[in-house]
Design a protein around this ligand. Structure first.
Ligand SMILES: Cc1cc2nc3c(=O)[nH]c(=O)nc-3n(C[C@H](O)[C@H](O)[C@H](O)COP(=O)(O)OP(=O)(O)OC[C@H]3O[C@@H](n4cnc5c(N)ncnc54)[C@H](O)[C@@H]3O)c2cc1C
Length: 614
């Protein structure tokens, strides 16, 4: 036994284990208690649920609200909207399921104290766009977390979950998870009858535009480290649409969001010479994607495409015209407040660069790609759909259960359901929890069994990076360079470089092809071999080591999916230069993958897209 794997082990038994206490995790914890009054519900979070996840620093808008009480939108409308934005490919059953329940979640937020902006004339929630409502959301996360804390039997903060545990009595059934406390170093074995993974999406798998001292200032939270994907992948769950990464148009250097500016302030963009440019790229886009370019609203990826082409043509930078809107004092206030409640960093960047948007039109940029299933993309686990709405082929068990028995997911974790955002992720957590309680009720007295050999083996694996460091630290040859271990930051930069150069990142203008992907997979394979030699000098670095492990396996999945889909479905998100056109004949389908952790092989297949809403 190694030096560090002698650490104390804490055992926690529960009925429902929620991994990740972000928006989806809080929804899952809250609803587990509602349906399972006597159940033991445990939420485990690597930070502190008070301020964790993508909503940590607050939001200015709730992006998914139907407004059914005022007949503003119906769930079917939202399905049509998401389907259009994702170029035809969404799980309509899952999307409909969220849309029909999301308003009730938002009403709860208000009841719990979230200040909502209201239209003074109608008394309705103030709309920023067709789906977005505006909030004073600096404390959005603490408000939602309070409900989860009160509902949970126990919340374990500061524990990073590294692996799921499988049942030793029944193949393909989950039995819990293991992780370590990032402060005390204690090892934890969580035994559970059902597990709901809500561990957030993936930033920093592609090289970010912000490097060096600015590398933490990415658009998506830097602590979103792909656990939502790695945990199910390693447990053998099928994944879907992992190629469907997202690229965001954002204010340059601070990644400040542009939604409120476009939608509420009615700003618009122009090239370096003050020209409108989107219409110039219409014909070339039409040749690539056909009629999709004529859809309204124009799908997000296609709007990116015009931006990218204009920059490639040498007419950048693209700027947002704020000077007109900011003459109106109300709009000027809204423009600044939009950042103060959500991305203060952008206001600081502008101040440091002498940009007052009232006098200078700020530059925009396109971000590096991110993988997340709750925003305007669909990556994630392949899940069973709602009993009353999903086609037979999408139902093999309980709502939001993955292809592993007892393993549920929500938010960024679940694939095929774009545009759920904060409110939809919370709602999906609730949906998954209700189904997990049903699963437990049907399970009766049967309890999944965890093998001691399994968790003891994992304990050794989890602390191995500390062991590597301890053993190899005297061999340092210069600065921090060691011949026998690799620091997590070096591994991360190597991963980002591979993904950037081979899988369609910023340096290749989001373009890849089969030879590049093939080489990318070879290099990822070599990186995976070297991960056995990660070195962690302390618990913080140990967390970094495991975040890297999760990012690497998720990246491999993204690369396999990108290779499999031989078309360019979402120009503006990425391009297959060897298959430059959208191909509805062969690829109007979902891509599915399954990883075999014993052989390291990936199985790829297609699944049909059912259009349930007309
Ligand atoms: C920059 C940005 C702006 C956004 N703006 C808006 C907006 O204006 N309006 C809106 O409605 N939505 C917005 N969203 C979307 C919204 O934040 C997400 O849809 C939502 O947070 C997803 O919920 P989630 O629970 O899946 O992930 P998160 O809320 O990110 O939660 C994941 C949780 O899992 C934890 N975790 C991760 N790994 C582990 C592990 N291994 N072990 C234990 N815990 C782990 C994390 O610490 C985190 O608490 C925005 C997102 C981003 C990134």
């Amino acid at each position: 036994m190694g030096l560090f794997s002698r650490r104390k082990t804490g055992f926690v038994d529960s009925d429902i284990l929620v991994i990740g206490g972000g928006m989806a995790g809080c929804g899952a914890t809250y609803e587990s208690r509602y349906w399972g009054r006597d159940l033991k519900v445990v939420c485990v979070e690597k930070a502190n649920i008070e301020r964790s996840g993508a909503v940590a620093q607050g939001l200015y808008a709730i992006n998914c609200y139907m407004g059914m009480q005022w007949d503003e939108n119906q769930p079917e409308d939202h399905v049509r909207y998401a389907r259009n934005d994702l170029m035809g490919l969404v799980r309509e059953d899952l999307g409909y399921d969220i849309a029909r329940h999301v308003d009730s979640s938002v009403h709860k937020f208000e009841e719990w104290g979230l200040p909502m902006m209201k239209d003074p004339e109608t008394g309705r929630y103030l709309r920023e766009g067709k789906w977005q409502i505006m909030i004073h959301g600096e404390s959005y996360k603490p408000i939602v977390a309070e409900a989860a804390r009160k509902a949970a039997s126990e919340v374990y903060n500061r524990i990073m979950v590294t692996h799921l545990l499988m049942d030793e009595t029944k193949p393909n059934r989950v039995a819990g998870a293991v992780g370590f406390n990032v402060r005390s170093g204690e090892f934890y074995v969580f035994r559970a009858k059902a597990v709901i993974v809500c561990a957030g999406g993936a930033s920093h798998i592609f090289k970010p535009r912000s490097v060096g001292e600015g590398m933490g200032r990415t658009w998506y939270a830097p602590w979103s480290s792909a656990s939502a994907y790695a945990l199910p992948i390693l447990a053998g769950a099928k994944m879907t649409q992992m190629e469907n990464r997202i690229v965001l148009t954002r204010f340059k250097d601070g990644y400040g969001p542009v939604g409120a500016y476009f939608l509420h302030l009615k700003t618009y963009t122009q090239n370096a010479y003050g020209e409108e440019y989107e219409s110039k790229w219409y014909d070339s886009l039409k040749a690539m994607v056909g009629d999709y370019v004529d859809h309204h609203p124009v799908p997000t990826c296609l709007r990116n495409h015009a931006f990218l082409e204009e920059v490639k043509a040498g007419r950048g930078p693209i700027r947002m015209v704020t000077k007109e809107a900011f003459q109106d004092p109300h709009k000027e206030t809204v423009g600044w407040e939009n950042f103060l409640g959500m991305t203060i960093g952008q206001a600081v960047v502008w101040a440091s660069q002498n940009i007052d948007p009232k006098h200078t039109n700020p530059e925009l940029t396109t971000s590096e790609p991110y993988v997340m299933g709750s925003h305007a993309t669909c990556s994630g686990a392949w899940a069973s759909g709602p009993e009353d709405y999903a086609p037979d082929e999408y139902q093999w068990g309980y709502n939001r259960m993955m292809t592993v028995d007892g393993l549920f997911g929500a938010g960024d974790t679940i694939g095929g359901t774009a545009h759920k955002f904060s409110s939809g992720s919370f709602t999906e957590g609730r949906i998954a929890a209700k189904a997990a309680v049903n699963y437990l009720n049907d399970l009766g007295s049967e309890t999944p069994q965890v093998s001691e050999a399994d968790y003891e083996g994992l304990k050794k694996v989890v602390y191995q990076p500390m062991e590597n460091y301890q053993v190899g630290r005297n061999e340092i040859v210069g600065g921090t360079v060691s011949p026998s271990y690799m620091q997590p930051i070096n591994g991360l930069q190597r991963l980002e470089k591979i993904m950037d150069e081979y899988v369609g990142g910023i340096s290749s203008h989001y373009t890849t092809n089969e030879p590049l992907l093939t080489r990318g997979l070879e290099l990822l394979g070599m990186l995976k071999e070297d991960l056995d030699h990660l070195g962690a000098e302390d618990l913080h670095q140990l967390q970094r080591a495991w975040e890297l492990q999760h990012r690497v396996i998720a990246s491999e999945c993204v690369t396999q999916h990108t290779m499999f889909r031989t078309e360019t479905r979402w120009p503006g998100y990425y391009y297959r230069a060897d298959h430059p056109q959208l191909d509805d004949t062969d690829w109007h389908c979902f891509t599915l993958s399954q990883y075999d952790r014993n052989s390291g092989e990936w199985q790829m297949e297609k699944a049909p897209v059912y259009h349930i809403v007309d």
